[in-house]
Structures are given as structure tokens and as C-alpha cells.
Design a protein around this ligand. Structure first.
Ligand SMILES: NC(=O)c1ccc[n+]([C@@H]2O[C@H](COP(=O)([O-])OP(=O)(O)OC[C@H]3O[C@@H](n4cnc5c(N)ncnc54)[C@H](OP(=O)(O)O)[C@@H]3O)[C@@H](O)[C@H]2O)c1
Length: 279
């Protein structure tokens, strides 16, 4: 069987992270992986690091690849797709990671022979710990979802969701890293307040988040069960938890996710991708 060739269109921080993940997992050989970008300097560094194929031509990239990961900024997608024109091969699968750009919008800008899957990874892709949701366009088949789940599984955890849930995904796992970082910073501040050096406080706080998240994922238990297990009567943990509840932290986190999801919906209904100024 012919080896599948992957193209990554836009070799910025996400594109590069995905390529590193694919090579680390041996999902694809370097000679079957191609990146295109406007920056020759960026491409030449990636070629040196990963020994992949590179090109400045997006048309050349789509002729090379069976699966194209679309990883440019949402506001450039219209010009990128119009520049590619009809250079697409029949049966190409496009995996778009463009925040806020629907499968319908992409399908309307692509030839009907091209299938589309939309994915929402997060910034932890850089350390191969992304939480990614994927959703299928109308032309994509079950096989295509399987391909997307395996491919994004190379950069962390990947799940399939209906497209109607993509705003919730954006609020939770897309914006979530910023919420977690704020919590880590705040907990470290508390330790600094009682005398711990800042660098040590940040390291212990970050490891506490990473370790607790792994414990939760591996145990499969409800967070409240694990929390109750470390909360002894009249102890230190219940004293801290009472402070968090009094400050409404539980409500604040839930509201932050819901607000971010609502904002994602507004942006999705708002300016066209070529008019957007950010994520
Ligand atoms: N970063 C995240 O955490 C995250 C999470 C989820 C989804 N996403 C999505 O992932 C996509 C990429 O984000 P990113 O953070 O990786 O952005 P980025 O670092 O700016 O990467 C985009 C790359 O595409 C290049 N580019 C611009 N115009 C191009 C063209 N016409 N042809 C080929 N390449 C072109 C850019 O070059 P220049 O810099 O020289 O313009 C840059 O290297 C975005 O659509 C974003 O919504 C990102």
C-alpha cells in the first residue's frame, strides 16, 4: 500500500508542534512529510531539525500530500485557498485547525473532491499534551475521523465531537490553558506570601497541577472522590477549600469556560475569516 503523505500548510508554532508529534510517534517518515510556509528561514530551520520536505509553494504542498493540515491563521485562509485554486488532488483530506472557521465555510471554499475535518487542538501540543476535539464536515467519512483521531493522538489526547460543541471545546480546552496558568500563578503567589522563593513556588504549583491531572485521568474517578480522600477533618486542606468556596472560585471557573464558549460563538457568527484580527 502506498505510504500516506502528509502536508502541513503553515509551519508556525502549531504546524511545527504537529510535525514533531507525527515524527516522534513514527506516524509518518520525514520524506513523506512536507511543510509549506511564507518564511524560507523557518522552513530551513525545520528541514535541518526534522529532515522533512519543505516548500514555499502551497500549490506544491497540496500536490505532494494526501492529508493536508491547514495551520495558517484564520484571517489568511481565504487568500491561501484562493491561491491554491484547483491544484488540489482528488481525494485529499484537509484537517483544519483554524480557530472559529466552520466546516461549512471551508467546504464552500474547497473543490467538492476535498474532504474536511475541523480540529481544535490547544497550546500544550508543543509538549505533545494537547486536548484536541475533531469534528467532521459533510463529505468526510468514518475513516477520515479515524485518521484525524490517530494523527492528533500523536500530539496528545483527541476526541470526536459534533460541530455544535466546538464553541464549548474552545471555552474549555482551547482557552483552558490560560485559566490553569492563572490558577498556578495564584497558588504560587500564596506560597511566596508565606516565604517560598518564586521559582520554587512555580515549579511545585505546576507539578501539582500536572500530577493531579494525571492521577485523575489514570484513576477514572470523580474529582470530588479524590478531593475527599485528601481532606481530613479539621485539617489543612479543608481550611484552604473553605477559602476557595467563600471566594466563589468554583463558580468563577465554570463561568470563565461558559463565557469563553459564548465569545467563541459570537466570533464564529461575526467577521469572516479574512476580516478576523485574532483568535
Ligand atoms: N496556537 C494555539 O494554541 C492554537 C490552538 C488551536 C488552534 N490554533 C490555530 O492554529 C492555527 C495556527 O496557529 P499558530 O499559533 O501556529 O500560528 P502561527 O505561529 O502564526 O503559524 C502560522 C504560520 O503560517 C504562516 N503563513 C502565513 N501566511 C501563509 C501562507 N500564505 N502560506 C503558508 N504559510 C503562511 C505564518 O508565517 P508568518 O508568521 O510569517 O505570517 C506562520 O508561520 C491558527 O489558525 C489558530 O487559530 C492555534
Amino acid at each position: 500500500m502506498k505510504e500516506r503523505r502528509i502536508g502541513v500548510l503553515g509551519a508556525g508554532s502549531m504546524g511545527a508542534a504537529i510535525m514533531r508529534g507525527l515524527l516522534t510517534a513514527r506516524y509518518v517518515k520525514p520524506e513523506a512529510l512536507c511543510a509549506s510556509d511564507v518564511s524560507s528561514d523557518r522552513l530551513s530551520k525545520l528541514k535541518d531539525e526534522l529532515q522533512i520536505v519543505t516548500t514555499n509553494s502551497n500549490q506544491e504542498l497540496v500536490r505532494f500530500a494526501d492529508v493536508v493540515v491547514l495551520a495558517v491563521k484564520p484571517q489568511t485562509v481565504v487568500s491561501v485557498l484562493s491561491e491554491i485554486g484547483d491544484a488540489w488532488q482528488k481525494d485529499t483530506l484537509v484537517l483544519s485547525i483554524l480557530a472559529g472557521v466552520s466546516t461549512a465555510t471551508l467546504e464552500a471554499s474547497l473543490p467538492t473532491v476535498v474532504r474536511v475535518i475541523r480540529a481544535m487542538p490547544n497550546t500544550a501540543a508543543v509538549v505533545l499534551e494537547s486536548a484536541t476535539a475533531v469534528t467532521r464536515g459533510t463529505r468526510a467519512a468514518a475513516d477520515d475521523i479515524a485518521t484525524a483521531l490517530t494523527l492528533f493522538g500523536c500530539i496528545g489526547k483527541a476526541v470526536e465531537v459534533p460541530e455544535s460543541m466546538m464553541d464549548a471545546v474552545t471555552g474549555l480546552s482551547g482557552s483552558g490553558p490560560a485559566f490553569v496558568l492563572l490558577a498556578i500563578e495564584a497558588m504560587a503567589d500564596g506560597a511566596v506570601r508565606v516565604g517560598m522563593p518564586r521559582a520554587m513556588a512555580l515549579e511545585l504549583a505546576a507539578q501539582t497541577f500536572a500530577g493531579t491531572a494525571r492521577l485523575l485521568l489514570q484513576s477514572g474517578e470523580h474529582p470530588a472522590v479524590l478531593k475527599d480522600r485528601v481532606t481530613s477533618p479539621a485539617g489543612t486542606t479543608i481550611a484552604g477549600l473553605m477559602e476557595l468556596e467563600a471566594a466563589g472560585v468554583r463558580h468563577a471557573f465554570a463561568k470563565a469556560v461558559a463565557r469563553a464558549a459564548e465569545r467563541a460563538g459570537q466570533l464564529g457568527r461575526g467577521p469572516r475569516p479574512d476580516e478576523r484580527t485574532g483568535d
